[in-house]
Ligand binder design. Structure first.
Ligand SMILES: *Cc1c(COP(=O)(O)O)cnc(C)c1O
Length: 389
């Protein structure tokens, strides 16, 4: 989260005064309003406010009909929640390499497709847009669903379209780490009515909160769901955060561009699939070795990080996945299910060597949208100093 203030305080106070926090109530309808806000802001037909990005990813996969017997391709570099959503749907996550852009390699995605592949989950990691043209083309050719994980890229774009609205469905996250935030929260975006209806059922213990118009269509298709329903306080905060979103992105991008222009002669930046649509949260700098990337990230005034060392963002650290522990009860564990018997992947630490190589030779600078020109100039100076060492 970058910006929060009086507007969020007032919005929450207004909800509290109604003493009516449930999503479907007779007062402010903030969850419904937030969903309308998202439909406009993201230019998408359907939006569902939820309690988490993981909930949105899982609901989308379930709604796409993904389940036991299916393989779903995810990047080897993403937060573990992406792969866990696949397991939550009963399917098998298959990791594809990241390329120089740090996003999923379309070339490797194509290599990982088998007769069991049902969907691809491109992840716009650190706000870097995936090559959605290439992904959509592959999906069309092989008749696969595409679920965009835009959890780290709220509001970002690829070729003028919002991330999360290009594939069959998209997931946003509003947890503490994200571009806009209510501490926790998420949303599902889709233009597909069937995915919307099924996700509505799944995210809300089979649509208990929906009466009237929204339920009329889904009455005949009910199945047992989960519980990721948003409340009015979360929704009220997010409505204010959405108003700030494009301003935050504009300032992040401007600050990233300022640093890139000032440092163009001294650094090599990781390439972008669309620098205009990039969220600007992160400046990725390429190095010759892991040691030099680490030394740079730790240098004075950089406050950087090396993506190789970002724990559960790297596949080799996804312990429950790597050890194939998909559930506490073995009968509910997709890795042990009869339907998956022939497709359980052979995970190993070195299965995606290109990803590990790129992640180990990159350092990130986290951009702040509120840096002043003096602070930006200081960062330029710090980077030059760190590189000279
Ligand atoms: C944060 C995140 C998620 C999950 O979001 P939650 O809201 O914490 O459930 C999923 N994927 C990626 C890439 C994320 O960064």
């Amino acid at each position: 989260m970058y910006r929060i203030g009086q507007e969020e305080i007032d919005a929450v106070a207004k909800v509290i005064r109604t003493k009516d926090f449930f999503k479907i109530n007779d007062s402010l309808h903030e969850a419904e309003n937030a969903e309308e806000d998202m439909k406009k802001l993201f230019n998408v037909k359907h939006a569902i406010m939820m309690t988490s990005g993981h909930g949105a990813l899982t609901s989308a996969l379930i709604a796409m009909g993904v389940g036991p017997g299916d393989e779903v391709i995810v990047p080897a570099y993403t937060y573990i929640a992406t792969a866990m959503a696949v397991v939550a749907a009963g399917a098998m996550p298959v990791m594809a390499e990241a390329d120089e852009t740090l996003t999923i390699s379309p070339e490797d995605v194509e290599k990982k497709i088998t007769k069991n592949t049902k969907a691809i989950v491109p992840v716009h990691i650190q706000g870097f847009p995936c090559n959605m043209d290439a992904i959509m083309e592959i999906a069309k050719k092989h008749n696969l669903m595409v679920l965009e994980d835009a959890c780290q890229a709220d509001g970002g774009m690829f070729r003028g379209k919002r991330l999360g609205t290009i594939g069959d469905a998209g997931a946003l996250s509003f947890n503490y780490y994200k571009i806009v935030s209510a501490g926790e929260g998420g949303a599902l975006l889709t233009n597909d009515k069937t995915i919307f209806d099924r996700a509505l059922i799944y995210h809300d213990s089979s649509a208990v909160a929906y009466f009237g118009d929204q339920l009329s269509d889904v009455d005949s298709m009910l199945f047992c769901g989960n519980e990721y329903r948003a409340n009015e306080i979360l929704s009220a905060i997010m409505r204010e955060q959405f108003k700030r979103m494009d301003g935050i992105l504009k300032d992040l991008r401007a600050n990233k561009k300022y640093l890139m222009d000032a440092l163009a002669d001294v650094c090599e930046f990781a390439p972008s699939n669309d620098i205009e649509g990039d969220c600007g949260t992160t400046l990725p700098i390429s190095f010759e070795s892991y040691e030099s990337a680490c030394a740079f990230a730790a240098a004075e005034g950089i406050n950087g990080s090396v993506p190789y060392d970002t724990g559960k963002h790297v596949y080799k650290n996804w312990t429950p996945i790597m050890t194939k522990t998909g559930a506490l009860n073995p009968l509910m564990d997709p890795f042990k299910m009869e339907a998956n018997k022939d497709i359980v992947p052979d995970y190993s630490e070195d299965m995606c060597p290109k990803t590990l190589d790129i992640l180990s030779k990159t350092a990130y600078i986290n951009i702040n949208p509120d840096w002043t020109k003096a602070e930006l100039d200081k960062m330029v100076e710090n980077v030059k100093k760190a590189l000279n060492k």
